[in-house]
Design a protein around this ligand. Sequence first.
Ligand code: IMP
Ligand code: MG
Length: 459
Amino acid sequence: MTVTIVGSQLGDEGKGGIVDLWGDAADVVARYQGGDNAGHTVVEDGTEYKLSLVPSGAVRGKIGVLGNGCVVNPETLFGEIDALRERGLDPDVRVAERAHVILPYHRVLDGIEEKAKSESDSEIGTTGRGIGPTYEDKAGRRGVRVGDLFNPDVLRERLEYVVAQKRALVEEVYELDVSDLEDPDALDVDALYEKAREYGRRLQEDDMTVNSGEFLADALDEGRDVMFEGAQGTIIDIDHGNYPYVTSSNPTAGGAAVGTGISPGVVGGGEVVGIVKGYLTRVGSGPLPTELGGVVGDTPGYDEQGGGDNEDLATYIREEGGEYGTVTGRPRRVGWLDIPMLRHSARANGFTGLAINHIDVLAGLDEVKVGHSYDLDGEEIFTMPATTERWADCEPNLRSFDGWEDVNWAEVAEEGYEAIPENARTYLEYVSDELDADIYAIGVGPGREESVVLEDPFE
Ligand code: IMP
Ligand code: MG
């Protein structure tokens, strides 16, 4: 069977911990979208591994697959594999031949476009990994796929076509001199070709490439369990998120089918678990109706870090929750849980269950609020409007819950659900009712042991 793990908010919901928790029961862990913009930390035997591309299951001896819907930077991939090998592990990672390759010019263009947009304060706040430009080339039918790395003629032809375009873009649209770039080779066909051939040779030598749909379908036919590991989250999905403040792929559950080659019926016939952080965070720009305080440079219209109760609260939650980007180290914006956002997410994904994380982070507050609905032009609405501009006009109607005390969460994890403070259970059950999905797990601390598990989706 399959279990699909999906971020229900803006990413960073703690998916890694949940994948880790349940991934043990899986034989294969497959990613279906995104690239090295993701970031997860896996702790195994007291050792910490920071990964952005390699599926975390690979640290635990599972087969990791990067599906056709992913964009793969071979530098990052090999870097992570080598680092794991140095630490005595032997990760088994397979890469879809249909996945697109992030090449050096994609990163360069990501940086150039963000900088240009920042002049009118309209930058997205991307991770700078070249994700958007690579998906653009995929949709524009000028991308380089993993399978192309093995075919010298096709590779050269692709590069000659695409690099000429990129050069024109850099020189004529952005009016920059290629020779002034930090890495001028990023736009040099010969240098790129050599590099790409080298990537191809290593992938071939290590026998790493697969036809992902075929590989995964075979595994399922043999009765193996497959976990689909979503990266990012529903509200930064290119279709269902707050466009244009989105990533360029589909983190939503439908992406698990399209991005691996496994049919929607199989994905939907399995479990789809929505990962919810007990509050809300966001990296980068865009609206956030339930935001507390703000982060200069990211929160729209917020120019100065100031005092104020809400800002203190935001700072408190940020520090308690360690809310700094895994990939970029940037402070995350913090807000209350946004229930209209989660209703939208539950509809788009069809959650069969929920994992709600970071309940411990909120412990000790007198009250915990949620945005229960929005007020938009004097009308109460219960889900997100389809345009980001209208979303920004939404005023949350807050609902207050009594806070819960800080307790020994490690003990709670051992004792189970009833050991969770009563007020926290009231909060959790409210979320579960609103989303019409059962709670499968509750995260009460960073380690995978620090979870209260009510249901194992693979059983
Ligand atoms: P990109 O994916 O680098 O193009 O960035 C686009 C938007 O998605 C930015 O707002 C990023 O902060 C956000 N983003 C991308 N990856 C992640 C992630 O793993 N967690 C949270 N936000 C992310
Ligand atoms: Mg992450």
